[in-house]
Design a protein around this ligand. Structure first.
Ligand code: GLN
Length: 369
């Protein structure tokens, strides 16, 4: 039996030297990893530097540990989805949200439209269709009031005033026809009940909020800390909805990789096509890895590798003993070995990548069966 086993759960201040050297080792291990590609279906995202790489941790006590390009700004993209989900829940309540958007993993790509047609409502709020639907639930008499309320949640969870990257917003608005098609389909089904362009405008702005890996780790730490930003002490998310948001992140946050992620990493998480992945270690800390090259599912390649190593060695997985005794950061320097290679299930079938839209032909074939 290990010396810490069986002890009562108390917060132990993490040892800065141990945590920092573990993060530096991980950063060094994966800086040369060249796999993945920049998402270019939103043209502005292709301008990112593929070498940018940051890891940030913020604890529920507000301690910060970070390495690499942690000041590099990037657009939040789908990392915004849990926070908008939280706002929709607090504006409309669980029942209203669940009637219109499910909580089932879709098993499809984040921008799939196929099953939306089959089921009349989006699978969950972590994929685009569901996120557009929950965005439409934000209360406010005018568009700017709704935007203001959304930015207030982002600002509260990150602890500073958020800004929108106008070029990315315009790039998405100009090219986001797939999202536009989903929105019209949902209008047809009555999931959306008002002006589609205004809802999409809000959704595209939400995806274009500029953040750093530190901001994202703070937002994740706010979820880890039952909705209170650990640095400002401000309540930013209602406590009663934290479990809703974390559950949906756990089962759906990594799109069609969610099951494998739950198996190997075992944390509520969310990824975005600009290359960020956040994860929440409830009651302990939030973490963000940023590295723009993504795989065919739209998940950061270095991000996945870093999380796999961390989880395997430090007991971060929700079903591991170290997680349950609250001692993860005190075991983080066990990250001495890379995780063994897992069978590669990320290879696309046919042309199924986020870069090539031929994917839809395969989806269509499946749908017709
Ligand atoms: N803004 C992106 C889109 O709507 C977000 C997708 C993502 O990050 N996976 O396509």
């Amino acid at each position: 039996m290990h010396e810490d086993e069986g002890k009562q759960q108390t917060y132990q201040t993490p040892d800065r030297t141990r945590v920092m050297s573990a993060l530096q080792a991980l950063h060094a291990r994966y800086s040369s990893c060249a796999a993945g590609r920049l998402a270019d279906y939103i043209p502005e995202l292709a301008k990112a530097d593929p070498a940018s790489f940051a890891i940030s941790i913020v604890t529920v006590r507000g301690e910060v540990f970070e390495v690499g390009d942690h000041e590099c700004p990037f657009t939040i993209q789908s990392l915004s989805k849990p926070f908008t989900h939280a706002l929709a829940l607090s504006d409309r309540g669980r029942e209203h949200v669940m009637q219109r958007v499910g909580v089932e993993p879709s098993g499809d790509s984040f921008d799939s439209i196929i099953r939306l047609d089959a089921n009349n409502r989006p699978h969950n709020p972590m994929v685009n269709a569901g996120a557009i639907a929950v965005t439409s639930m934000i209360r406010g008499g005018t568009q700017s009031e709704r935007l203001g309320r959304m930015l207030e949640v982002f600002g509260g969870t990150m602890g500073r005033q958020p800004e929108i990257d106008q070029a990315v917003f315009e790039s998405e608005r100009a090219t986001g026809h797939r999202n536009r098609a989903m929105a019209h389909l949902m209008l047809n089904f009555g999931i959306l009940d008002r002006d589609v362009e205004n809802i999409l405008d809000l959704y595209f702005k939400q995806c274009s909020v500029l953040v750093t890996s530190r901001d994202m780790a703070t937002m994740a730490a706010t979820l880890a800390n039952a909705g209170v930003n650990p640095q400002t002490g401000e309540r930013a998310v209602k406590r009663e909805y934290i479990r809703d948001v974390l559950t949906v992140m756990h089962t759906c946050g990594m799109y069609n990789y969610a099951g494998e992620w739950a198996y190997t990493v075992g944390l509520p998480a969310k990824s975005g096509v600009s290359g960020g992945i956040i994860a929440v270690v409830p009651g302990q800390f939030g973490i963000c890895v940023y590295s723009p090259p993504v795989d065919e599912r739209g998940n950061s390649v270095r991000g996945i590798r870093v999380f796999e190593d961390l989880s395997r060695n430090s007991g971060m997985h929700v079903f591991e003993t170290w997680h349950q005794t609250g001692q993860v950061l005190n075991h983080i320097d066990r990250v001495t070995e890379p995780s063994p290679a897992l069978p590669d299930t990320t290879q696309p079938v046919g042309n199924a990548t986020v870069h090539k839209r031929e994917l839809d032909l395969d989806d269509g074939a499946e749908y017709r069966r």
